[in-house]
Design a protein around this ligand. Structure first.
Ligand SMILES: Nc1ccnc(=O)[nH]1
Length: 164
């Protein structure tokens, strides 16, 4: 069973991901956050970006989240789960989500909107490749939902001043 959440659920969980992105920034990392939600709407895991504090070049919120999830849950269960993220997953993270078998991705801000914020900043030379294009090359019917334009300002607020 997938796609059982409504618009208000999506917004609630995306706001949690945005809150985690703010905590990531406060902890010295780049402002990105992600949440894993189970089939019945339980928040299972929360993860902020850790690329700076852990000196981990692949320490994006989404990638670390699905690595943690795959150590705890099996693939069948993860197919019923939803990954919420403050910003659309990059090509690397979309690949990681694909391999984890998480069945649904929901994001607030698009990669294209992120590129407008980060431009050529060395900390985030954004890969300008929509996650739907990555998913389309795979063999799984992963559901992708986003962007949520009504949340753009809340995401941008957390990024304010970071990429200057
Ligand atoms: N969507 C994201 C872009 C960059 N870094 C992250 O952790 N997440």
């Amino acid at each position: 069973m997938r796609g059982q959440f409504d618009e208000l659920d999506h917004i609630k969980f995306l706001r949690l991901a945005i809150e985690i992105s703010s905590k990531a920034r406060k902890s010295g990392n780049t402002p990105f956050g992600a949440v894993l939600v189970g089939p019945t709407g339980d928040v299972l895991l929360e993860q902020g970006n850790v690329e700076i504090t852990e000196k981990r070049c692949t320490g994006h919120a989404e990638l670390v989240l699905v690595e943690r999830a795959s150590r705890i849950y099996d693939k069948e269960f993860l197919w019923q789960c939803t990954l919420y993220t403050s910003v659309e997953p990059c090509a690397m993270c979309t690949g990681a989500i694909y391999w984890s078998n998480v069945g649904t991705i929901v994001y607030a801000l698009s990669e294209r909107q992120l590129l407008a914020l980060t431009r050529d900043h060395p900390q985030n030379p954004t890969l300008d490749l929509p996650c739907r294009e990555v998913i389309a090359r795979g063999q799984k019917d992963i559901c992708v939902i986003g962007p949520f334009d009504e949340l753009a300002n809340e995401v941008i607020e957390v990024h304010k001043g970071y990429w200057e």
